[in-house]
Design a protein around this ligand. Structure first.
Ligand SMILES: O=C(COP(=O)(O)O)N(O)CCCCO
Ligand code: NA
Ligand SMILES: [Zn+2]
Length: 308
């Protein structure tokens, strides 16, 4: 059924595992993820960004997710990723989403609180849960100084005050991850001391990791072998994600790894079958690559297999 993340986060927190939150914007991506969830009997968070709503039109995504629920029978959350205004969050709540993110992390502390509280009050009145963000994921790798990194990462004391004053259901924190395929210039590093502090000060409270793709070199190499150009792409090592999942992180966002899996397999297919031009011939393998990638994530990284 279509569910909120309340129950699945409670179980994930206690069980020391995380739920995968996968970005979706077309049929094959949704199908690949849902097939993986079926095979692994895992709960799913299908998340839609503002860009995905523009690309596909909201009604298509809503119906595709409803189809996924009907087809799989799995507990599925329909989540708005990085909502940037009260209006888009309200629209999604009114449109049947079971979870919304309001990302006020670019605003000063007090403004982030005010905006988040406004969304929480509305969403909770409709039985919808809310994710917020405190701290900035910006590519702080460039920020060489410790003080700059410190300024960007989530402050544990602020996190406690933020949760208390907004009533938010989960919090995306900044501890060194960033969106996209180029997450680290040097050695990958997450601030686990900070994560430890935040989770000890917010016991039983679900934390969220954005920018958590691992950017498997296997797919980077296939992309680059068949006409792609993504040199130096680097992500979060999987063992760091497993560790975070045991430290209060209940939701791990994955978009880039889906893109790489699908793109690598489509580039390879087209290169090896120059005479083929039926979209099903390359979208099918793209979908299968996503399925296999998500099965691996559920089994070997998130630990949510068998938890539906
Ligand atoms: O946290 C993430 C995904 O992070 P990643 O880029 O590591 O897959 N998202 O919120 C998805 C939207 C950002 C574009 O990727
Ligand atoms: Na989100
Ligand atoms: Zn994100």
């Amino acid at each position: 059924p279509l569910v909120t993340s309340k129950e699945m986060f409670k179980k994930a927190y206690k069980g020391g595992y995380a739920i995968g939150a996968f970005n979706v914007n077309n049929m094959e991506i949704i199908q690949g993820i849902v097939e993986a969830g079926k095979e692994e009997n895992a709960p799913l968070i299908l998340q839609v960004s503002a860009g995905a709503r523009k690309y596909a039109q909201p009604v298509y995504l809503k119906k595709l997710v409803e189809a996924a629920v009907e087809y799989s029978g799995l507990p599925i959350v329909l989540h708005l990723d990085h909502g940037d205004s009260f209006e888009i969050c309200k629209a999604c709540v009114d449109d049947g989403f079971t979870s919304v993110m309001i990302d006020g992390s670019k605003y000063p502390f007090e403004e982030n609180i005010a905006l988040t509280k406004k969304v929480v009050d509305y969403a909770h009145s409709k039985g919808v849960v809310v994710e917020a963000e405190l701290g900035r994921l910006s590519g702080i790798e460039d920020a060489v100084s410790v003080s700059e990194r410190d300024a960007a990462f989530t402050d544990p004391d602020e996190a406690v005050e933020f949760v208390e004053r907004t009533g938010v259901d989960s919090l995306a924190i900044a501890i060194g991850t960033s969106h996209g395929a180029y997450k680290f210039k040097g050695e990958p590093r997450l601030d686990f001391e900070r994560l430890e502090k935040i989770s000890s000060m917010l016991p039983n409270f679900p934390l969220v990791l954005h920018g958590a793709s691992s950017v498997p070199q296997e797919f980077v190499e296939i992309c680059n072998k068949y006409g792609g150009q993504i040199p130096g792409a680097k992500g979060v090592p999987e063992d760091m994600l497993r560790k975070a999942a045991e430290m209060g992180v209940c939701k791990i966002n994955i978009d880039t790894d889906l893109r790489l899996a699908m793109t690598a397999s489509i580039r390879k297919y087209l290169a090896e079958n120059p005479s083929h031009f039926d979209p099903r011939q390359y979208l099918g393998p793209g979908r299968e690559a996503i399925k296999q990638m998500v099965i691996h994530k559920m089994r070997d990284v998130l630990g949510c297999s068998g938890k539906a």
